[in-house]
Design a protein around this ligand. Structure first.
Ligand SMILES: Cc1cc2nc3c(=O)[nH]c(=O)nc-3n(C[C@H](O)[C@H](O)[C@H](O)COP(=O)(O)OP(=O)(O)OC[C@H]3O[C@@H](n4cnc5c(N)ncnc54)[C@H](O)[C@@H]3O)c2cc1C
Length: 814
């Protein structure tokens, strides 16, 4: 008997692909009653049905790896739980390298894999040939073996998840299209469908490549765009059997999997083909796109090099199906900042089958707990902002994104499409001075300044890149003289109102009830006592605060703060675009600024941490005495239209002091020498301030704040993990870039979160968390000995709780 169509549900999930079914399965498993899934066609009919079914475990970020590891565990047991087969087969995968750089990358991957707990090893070419006998190997330089990688049948996995969801009480309606999202006062109220309205407390948008359209029904930004993704399937080939591992040849852009005695071969070509510029056609169900052998030719040519047997094989199927891609090649998860109780899980960039099990669990937990239960920042919907929802931008960006899967992931790789995008008022000036710009949150930010126009380039490698000496000079000028940084991309908010102080006191772990004219560095914590963000609060009036945080945090911070303001008389305004930020840093910064202002800059009148409204040249700016580079310095918050004037005045006045521009690569090197932590690297929802070594920025005595109860408990317990600084100064050490395995007494103990070359300490300088096993982190513990595994090479490092560069703070505090 057909089940009656509900008019009410606790949670409505839109979309019956692998993600929607995984969310339904996990919500039902978590005990959420009244879960309803709506699918406009039939289950798996969107992108899921035609996926190749590869489940590759290793990802760039530890928690993303954990999601796939969980998917693997789940898919392996779903058949016994539900009776529905999934085609699960743990066949392992072989990755091959055609270039020396790719071999180095593999070595780095093997090191990161150890840190992430993934089985992975470098193997010889002979060993690779044994595992994949039909492959040509004479042009190969190295290979990697991941024994736990697997393959599944995606449509069957989806049916098994759906069955498991139904067993646990969820209801699934196919042929039911969601046509509207109902909302009231910023909260979702339910959905309108082709079969009638359903009132719901929670709505989850798992509509795959349609998720952007579904988001637009209710003003929610889901920045993704469809692109064509293709593979072929051959008839039977001699020597191909079901136990053959998956083969990946990233230098040739291809992946290969056994399929019914033949081969399924697809890949990620360097320039993709966006699809559905005018929207996805009505009724696109189990849809395929026309064969495009021109687009596929680069994959075919490479496959013929690797697998000569393909030459004579029958091509049974040319599969061209659309998949959605996002601006940064990471998927999109979480509660929409624009609409309460409206969640998104979409934009899987061709890894939705591998990630679907874990991502569905993580999103279900987020829905039930009201916040993510682990650090999901790389895929958090709040890493985007409204301006990413531009179709022309998305169209041009996805052309580049699909190919990133197999493009060399250089440590400081920059994407090149749709650039320049967001520009500071100083952009043209800095470009004229040979700035090489990087991109963050859409902003163009100077990474370094080259001595000539022809050197404004990055020659990517794992070793010292072309800009090494340029950054060394910027670093030295900051330590010894004075430099100017364009930090305009900082996120900035005004918090105003008579309850502004009390709202901030509840949000901040540090005491921000300071007199007007002071700044306070603080974490914003969740109830678990771990970081939701970190920022600087500048009190610029009795009921007026300027909040300053990192470039990437704008949407996230606004969301977190607004969620926790409740009915207070306080108003948050994003003023990021209203102010440029020009930082004047270095021991001679006072001398420089003094030429342009009548305001006293001495330590007594303008101490460290103070913020004052002062004149600089003809402009009136907020000047905050802060530093992220470990030197005397001021950050100037300049109304945008005055920025160029202030910059010119500083440059002119600083000429005789040898002032020069400096960029973000120098900042990384300078801040790591000073042990300064960065949001998203060292500070994440996985760590407390105590673990991060930021206990000094917590005031447990100031009254209640979010996370206080958890910190009181944590404070009395031995730390299990602790952030340490690391330095390696022997002359031949390879460079570290983050993600390296940390060893103590020869045993794996953690992972590097940030690394650079410290030009003052003269070697690797890095931060990373280590497992303490509950031991006190004292001198004996720090003795280690510690090492880093850099691409398979053991590099001895010195560990310390304190900053590696600390000139007794004399210049900073003096
Ligand atoms: C050729 C190809 C090969 C691939 N190979 C792999 C692989 O080997 N490994 C891997 O991990 N990933 C692979 N992928 C990617 C993978 O298929 C996707 O990431 C994944 O299927 C996305 O699942 P989803 O649930 O997000 O989207 P979908 O499967 O598209 O599901 C979304 C569903 O929402 C429904 N829907 C949309 N709008 C509405 C509405 N208004 N009302 C109701 N329902 C609606 C749609 O009908 C659709 O069924 C591949 C993709 C392609 C194209």
């Amino acid at each position: 008997m057909a089940q009656p169509f509900p008019d009410q549900a606790r949670a409505v999930i839109i979309g019956g692909g692998v993600m929607g079914c995984s969310v339904a399965y996990h919500l039902a498993k978590l005990g959420l009653r009244d879960v309803v899934l709506l699918e406009q066609g039939r289950l798996s009919c969107g992108t899921t049905w035609h996926a190749a079914g590869l489940v590759g475990q290793l990802r760039a970020h530890l928690n993303m790896t954990k999601l796939v590891q969980y998917s693997a565990e789940l898919y392996a047991k779903l058949e016994s739980e539900t009776g529905q087969a999934t085609g699960w087969k743990q066949c392992g995968s072989v990755l091959v390298a055609r270039t020396p750089e790719r071999v180095t990358l593999f070595k780095r991957i093997a090191s990161a894999a150890k840190a992430q707990g993934v089985a992975c090893e470098m193997i010889s070419i002979e060993e690779a040939a044994k595992r994949y006998p039909i492959m040509r190997t004479d042009d190969l330089l190295g290979a990697l073996w991941l024994p736990l990688d697997a393959k599944v049948n995606p449509a069957d996995v989806t049916q098994a998840l759906a069955k498991g969801a139904r067993i646990n009480g969820a209801r699934i309606f196919e042929q039911t299209r969601v046509t509207a999202i109902h909302r009231k006062n910023g909260t979702v109220m339910g959905v309108g469908t082709s079969k009638g309205d359903i009132k719901a407390e929670i709505v989850v948008n798992c509509a795959g490549q349609w998720a952007k359209q579904v988001g637009r029904m209710c003003g929610v930004t889901v920045p993704l765009h469809s692109a064509e993704h293709m593979y072929i399937v051959t008839g039977k080939i001699e020597g191909v059997h079901p136990d053959l591992p998956v083969l990946r040849d990233p230098d040739g852009y291809i992946y290969v999997k056994e399929e019914v005695g033949g081969l399924l071969m697809g890949g990620f070509e360097p320039e993709a083909k966006p699809w559905a510029m005018d929207g996805i056609p009505e009724g696109f169900e189990f849809g395929m796109l026309p064969d495009d052998w021109d687009q596929f030719s680069i994959l075919m040519e490479n496959a013929l090099v690797r697998l000569p047997a393909l030459e004579k094989a029958d091509i049974k199927t040319f599969m061209n199906g659309p998949e959605s891609f996002t601006p940064d090649n990471n998927f999109i998860m979480g509660e929409a900042p624009e609409l309460k109780n409206f969640f998104v899980g979409a934009g899987f960039n061709s890894i939705g089958i591998a990630s679907g099990g874990g991502a569905g669990k993580a999103l279900a937990e987020w829905i039930v707990a009201g916040e993510p239960t682990l650090d999901l920042w790389p895929v958090d919907i709040r890493r985007f902002a409204r301006f990413f929802d531009n179709d022309a931008y998305l169209h041009d960006r996805v052309k580049e994104v699909l190919g990133l899967h197999y493009k060399m992931p250089w440590p400081n790789r920059e994407l090149t499409s749709v650039r320049p995008f967001r520009r500071s008022p100083l952009y043209e000036r800095l470009a004229g001075k040979h700035a090489l710009f990087g991109s963050k949150m859409g902003w163009e930010r100077p990474n370094f300044f080259a001595p000539s126009a022809t050197e404004v380039t990055i020659d990517y490698s794992f070793g010292r890149q072309n800009w090494f000496p340029f950054v060394a000079a910027e670093h030295k000028a900051t330590r010894d003289g004075v430099t100017i940084f364009d930090l305009t991309s900082f996120s900035k908010f005004l918090m105003q109102g008579r309850d502004a102080e009390s709202v901030l006191q509840r949000l901040c772990a540090n005491n921000v009830a300071v007199p007007v004219g002071n700044t306070v560095y603080t974490g914003l914590l969740n109830e678990r006592g771990t970081f939701e963000s970190d920022l600087t609060v500048a009190r610029i009036g009795e009921d007026r605060f300027l909040l300053i945080s990192g470039t990437a945090q704008a949407t996230r911070d606004a969301d977190w703060i607004r969620r926790n303001m409740h009915d207070a008389h306080a108003f948050l305004t994003d003023v990021t675009s209203a102010y440029a930020v020009i930082a004047v840093m270095g021991p001679r910064s006072r001398e420089l600024l003094a030429q342009l202002t009548r305001a006293p800059l001495d330590n007594k009148t303008f101490p460290f941490g103070a913020v004052r409204e002062i004149g600089v040249g003809f402009a009136t700016v907020y000047a905050a005495r802060r530093t992220y580079v470990g030197e005397l310095g001021w950050e100037l918050y300049v109304p945008t239209e005055f920025a160029a004037g202030v910059y010119d005045a500083l440059m002119q006045a600083g000429e005789k002091l040898g002032v020069r521009d400096a960029g973000y690569y120098a900042i990384d090197s300078l801040r790591l020498e000073k042990g300064y932590r960065a949001w998203g690297r060292e500070l994440t929802p996985d760590y407390t301030p105590y673990e991060a070594g930021l206990g000094f920025a917590v005031d447990l005595d100031k009254g209640d704040f979010i996370g206080r109860a958890a910190l009181i408990v944590a404070k009395d317990k031995p730390l299990q993990r602790r952030m340490l600084s690391f330095v390696a100064t022997s002359p031949d050490t390879p460079l570290a870039h983050g993600g390296e395995l940390i060893l103590r007494k020869g045993k794996p103990t953690g992972e590097i979160t940030s690394a650079s070359y410290g030009h003052t300490v003269g070697g690797i300088v890095a931060l990373g968390y280590v497992a303490t096993g509950g031991d006190k982190v004292d001198a004996a513990f720090l003795e280690g000995p510690f090492e880093l595994d850099v691409a398979g090479e053991r590099v001895p490092v010195r560990a310390s709780l304190k900053a590696p560069y600390d000139p007794a703070n004399s210049r900073v505090k003096a």
